[in-house]
Ligand binder design. Structure first.
Ligand code: CTP
Ligand code: CA
Length: 225
């Protein structure tokens, strides 16, 4: 209701949220990608909209309905995601939850590669993808006031996440334990830590929806002052 009335603590604020995986084509029928349901990112977009924000959700291919109250931009590759994020600026808030493929296929073929009996399998040559979170964090013009990244780690969670926060230049990192047995991927709930300039907040295990709402409320406190 707040979103409909244009009120709520984030009314008048624009948020960019990236969500889902990116896919990087090998040829017209094959691609490499990352594991990501898009659930967490879509929930964050919805939670920000519920608090009155104008939300641009930039999503890779996911099997999810568009969240209510968001402008959804659908993309496939990391390069397309970056371009969409840049086009969506200016924004007050950027939350990068997308599982962006770290590499794209340099020797991608415009025709379908055919198997040839007796021939060695093709070699896929990878090149680096742009870093959307780092690009937004270090934007010289129109840097969003609050830039938030996610860090999915299987080991040394806090250490790696702290390091990532520094390296990317973002304000907050939500660190997510995806080690075996943590049941984060594709599941309904998550154990996360919020790392900001002051330290590490340990959040209890909760659903992705609850994490989204809690993060949105915490974002709202920044804009309350
Ligand atoms: N990210 C991004 N663009 C990329 C890679 C990552 O925007 N090309 C963002 C993700 O959305 C996430 C954060 O950066 O918010 C961390 O992603 P992650 O894959 O954990 O970081 P990387 O720097 O790619 O490091 P790693 O080697 O651990 O994959
Ligand atoms: Ca990565």
């Amino acid at each position: 209701i707040e979103a409909i009335l244009g009120s709520g603590p984030l009314a008048g604020r624009h948020a960019i949220v990236t969500s889902g995986p990116t896919i990087e084509p090998i040829d017209p029928v094959r691609y490499i990608s990352n594991r990501s349901s898009g659930r967490q990112g879509h929930a964050i977009a919805a939670a920000l909209a519920e608090l009155g924000a104008e939300v641009t959700l930039i999503s890779g291919p996911v099997a999810l309905a568009d969240p209510a109250g968001c402008r959804v931009v659908r993309v496939e590759s990391a390069m397309q995601m970056l371009n969409a994020a840049r086009s969506a600026l200016p924004a007050d808030i950027a939350v990068c939850t997308a599982a962006v493929a770290d590499w794209s296929v340099v020797n991608r073929s415009t025709e379908k590669r055919k198997k040839k009996i007796g021939e060695a399998p093709p070699v896929i040559e990878l090149g680096p993808n742009p870093d959307i979170l780092a690009t937004l964090s270090r934007a010289e013009t129109a840097r969003p006031r609050l830039v938030i990244g996610f860090a999915a780690e299987t080991q040394a969670l806090i250490e790696n996440a702290r390091d990532k926060r520094q390296r990317k230049g973002c304000d907050w990192i939500v660190a997510n334990d995806v080690s075996e047995g943590s049941e984060s991927f594709g599941g309904e709930s998550n154990t996360v830590y919020l790392i900001d300039e002051t330290g590490v907040e340990d959040w209890p295990r909760m659903s992705k929806l609850e994490i989204a709402r809690r993060l949105a409320r915490r974002i709202a406190t920044v804009f309350a002052s």
